[in-house]
Design a protein. Structure first.
Length: 95
């Protein structure tokens, strides 16, 4: 087994009086070689502002499913090499 680091954070170029989206998901997961890993991250904005989630730094065989308020990443773990992935929440306006 080995650790897989998921960094989940919020970015926005412009400052506003609104609060950032709430983000729910794991920071770290431990996976076993030759198993399927699944990571699900959700976000919610109390101000009903538009945002999008994006995943970066994923293994090459990862399958990513995006929804309006979630991202799910699943892949077959093929090696014990450490992987660092980022799930990014960006508020509108998007650039």
């Amino acid at each position: 087994m080995f650790d897989l680091l998921f960094l989940v954070f919020f970015t926005n170029i412009f400052f506003s009086a609104n609060s950032p989206p709430s983000i729910n998901g794991p920071n770290n997961i431990v996976v076993t070689v030759d198993t399927e890993a699944i990571v699900h991250v959700t976000a919610y904005d109390n101000d009903n502002d538009t945002f999008k989630l994006r995943a970066y730094g994923l293994p090459g065989n990862a399958l990513v499913t995006y929804g309006n308020d979630f991202v799910t990443v699943r892949w077959r773990v093929l090696s014990s090499e450490k992987v660092s992935c980022v799930i990014k929440v960006q508020a509108a306006p998007f650039r």
